[in-house]
Write a protein that binds this ligand. Sequence first.
Ligand SMILES: [Zn+2]
Length: 418
Amino acid sequence: MHSLVLLAAVSAAFGVPLDEPKKFTDYRLISAEAITAECFRAAEELEGRGIVDLWSHGAPEKGTILFSVAPENYDEVKSTFARFGTKLNILERDLQKLIEKDQIGSTYSAYASDRPFSFNQFETYEQIVASLNYYNKSNLLPVINVFSIGQTVEKREIYGVRISNSTANKSVIFIECGIHAREWASTSTCLFIIDRLIRFPKVHKALLDKYEFHIVPSSNPDGYVYTHTSNRLWRKNRSRQARGCFGVDLNRNFRAGPHCGVGTSQDSCSDIFCGTAPFSEPETAALERYISKLHSRIDYYVSLHSFGLMWMFPYSHTHDKCPDHADLLRRAKIGVDHIANNFGSKYVYGPIATTIYDVTGSSIDWAYMTQNITKSFVLELQPGLDFQWGGRGFLLDKSRIIPTGLETLGGLKAMWLS
Ligand SMILES: [Zn+2]
């Protein structure tokens, strides 16, 4: 049976109404290179009218942007970019085919099973929960505690797992994944890190001797479930908002910089809608509560996103350098160099605002500015922008789940142990 049909049947059985899954048949995925600031503003205007879906928000001068467009809107997009003399490269002609490629060979069963995570497919939320219970019961390490930091809008638990090789009081590394629902490579990498630490403690002994891990692999479960059942390219959570629209961009909803400042939108239908107030969403409020209690023990706060190969640190809301700029730059370079030397992938690194884009309300600025967690990092994982590695943008090829996990854990570990 088709996996989506099966999931729909399961959800229906639990009385959850589901939208008809959105199809992306004949949607094109397009890159525009060396665009000017003016051209980028025109692209943002197209997004504001729902003509394109920008896969990269914000673009440095002469940068590359990636966006998808429905077949009926292609002519308008083409003529808009032509006005700026920008050439469009069509990377994919049918996004639906690319989305379905992920599902071939994936075994999404109606009932999640008692097993470790699989890295041959992107796991569903239900399977993540079942597998966390499997590790919880496994006795593979002295401390494997699964906990919930709170509930989502749709009353799903937001689970985390605490991992340590002893009950000694150690500094904490906190990792948050999947805050943007469609960035499946983020969630799969958190699952990979959890699995490696638990099942290969000897390999990671130096790390586990030094640190206790608290990992939240799916920080936006409602959004993540929605990407499996209804719209693979959904980004926000699923709270009901004005004008019949849904969702807040959770990584614009922390208290960091002016609320709804640069790099956000106050339009409830926008993909980067900041919400009505800081921590208006139960998902960000849950993270806030959890970190506020733990913050004095946290040495590193890490937020994983995809895509684009960037290793970044505060600030995101201003171009000013943060007080720890030199130290954070040095640490980022350790991770980036390790990956380049051992895996060949070329990350860029630096402050968020000047490396990717300005944005207020990000979790990393909040952790750094209000929780005194100096070593706060956000990574944009695979795939890169050269489009050669496997997968496109949010649609990492599932054969690349393990390579992505390996290089990310390798780079982070080099930094953590430095
Ligand atoms: Zn993201």
